[in-house]
Design a protein around this ligand. Structure first.
Ligand SMILES: Nc1ncnc2c1ncn2[C@@H]1O[C@H](COP(=O)(O)OP(=O)(O)OP(=O)(O)O)[C@@H](O)[C@H]1O
Length: 366
């Protein structure tokens, strides 16, 4: 699967642009603020129906304009697939495949799988556990629509339980029968999510280790560990044990909504003990493992978007990484960098052809 052609109208800092891509490596180069990342984001729209960076669609409309349109012509299983996303101010987003409107955007997720690696991903390491849960959930959701539905169900039940705890605190009245029903629902849904995450992580950790060792040339020992309270106790038991605390705090303190991922380097937390380059390498290995997982599940190669990829990495890691993403295990790749010479140099060194797009103030010079 690959993107043959992209066109944007009134998208961020672009009036109009049309680009024809290579099936291999494509690079957007230009100064800061030129519009390189905006092109990656346009591609992200076509795959995941939304921006990677900003959840508010109307903010992607070019300042002063009334709408934006992003269109892509893909080739999938040698069939053309035309995808178009348009957003008008104060109107519902429209998303079409081969001129037909989607009723549910969720039905498009996973059809054109994509992995983005961006400097903003550092929040997966530095921020709270929610970011890491979001990462696992995004990866699984692109291969399993039911999983997304299960998450929605779980969160609804969780909200119900929290409302009930609040009601108990407010009124002092407690209906054990009602709580029992809600607990049972929460356990059923939570157990499904836990099993799915655990199964996923079993295979994922091995892929991650392989990628990290390759990029770093085995320079350091890192660890990725799935943490869940359900690994050591049943959900039912957890709810029983935490009931007094839940009542006092008026919210549910145990469950899969507390799951986390532990990132270590030489046995210490990556967040505190990893250098910037090591943290970036860790994130890249994590995202490339996502890529490999998607590829295995889908049976065809997703798109790979690498934003500002060379920053903070030493020359060895840059070479290793570019070698890796231009080999047969990867398909179409898009990268951004400020220096055209650097891109040319890196790809000359490994003998891989790259199609260059020079970006300047929202215009392209191919
Ligand atoms: N809705 C919008 N309307 C007009 N311009 C916008 C809009 N949203 C973003 N921009 C502009 O897009 C530019 C940023 O583009 P982008 O993030 O693609 O830059 P970049 O080339 O990747 O830069 P860097 O090298 O700094 O990462 C900024 O100048 C910003 O003001």
């Amino acid at each position: 699967m690959y993107l043959q052609q992209l066109s944007v109208i009134n998208f961020k800092n672009y009036d109009e642009a049309e680009l024809v891509f290579s099936e291999g490596v494509n690079a957007f180069t230009g100064n800061n603020g030129a519009g390189k990342t905006n092109l990656l984001d346009a591609i992200h729209y076509l795959s995941l129906c939304k921006s990677y960076f900003n959840p508010i669609d109307s903010q992607q409309i070019k300042q002063g304009a009334e709408f934006f349109i992003v269109t892509g012509m893909f080739s999938k299983n040698n069939q053309p697939e035309a995808v178009a996303c348009s957003v008008k101010r104060n109107q519902k987003k429209q998303f079409k495949r081969n001129k037909k409107d989607y009723q549910r955007l969720a039905d498009h997720i996973g059809f054109l799988p994509l992995v983005m690696i961006s400097p903003y991903d550092i929040s997966i390491i530095t921020e709270g556990s929610e970011e890491r849960r979001k990462f696992i959930d995004n990866v699984i959701s692109q291969t399993d629509n039911h999983y997304l539905d299960e998450l929605i169900t779980y969160n609804k039940i969780l909200n119900n339980r929290n409302a009930l705890l609040k009601q108990i605190a407010d009124t002092g009245k407690f209906d054990p029968g009602l709580l029992e029903i809600v607990d049972e629902q929460l356990c059923t849904s939570g157990n499904r999510i836990f099993e799915r995450r655990r199964n996923f992580m079993d295979g994922f950790v091995e892929i991650f280790n392989r990628h990290y060792d390759f990029i770093s040339d085995n320079a350091e020992r890192v660890e990725l560990v799935y943490e869940s309270q359900l690994l050591t106790s049943s959900f039912e038991q957890l709810l029983q044990n935490s009931f007094s605390r839940d009542k006092a705090l008026e919210r549910t303190t145990a469950g899969v909504h507390k799951d986390d991922l532990q990132f270590n380097i030489h046995g210490m937390p990556m967040k505190k003990f990893g250098s910037q380059g090591q943290q970036k390498s860790f994130l890249i290995a994590l995202k490339l493992a996502q890529y490999t997982f998607l590829y295995q599940q889908k049976g065809f190669k997703p798109l790979l978007l690498l934003d500002d990829i060379f920053d903070k990495l030493d020359d060895n890691r840059v070479t290793k990484l570019m070698q890796m993403v231009s080999n047969n295990d990867f398909g179409q790749v898009f990268i951004t960098d400020t220096g055209v010479e650097r891109v040319e140099q890196v790809f000359n060194k490994i003998g891989v052809a790259v199609k260059l797009f020079k970006v300047k103030g929202g215009a392209i010079d191919a």
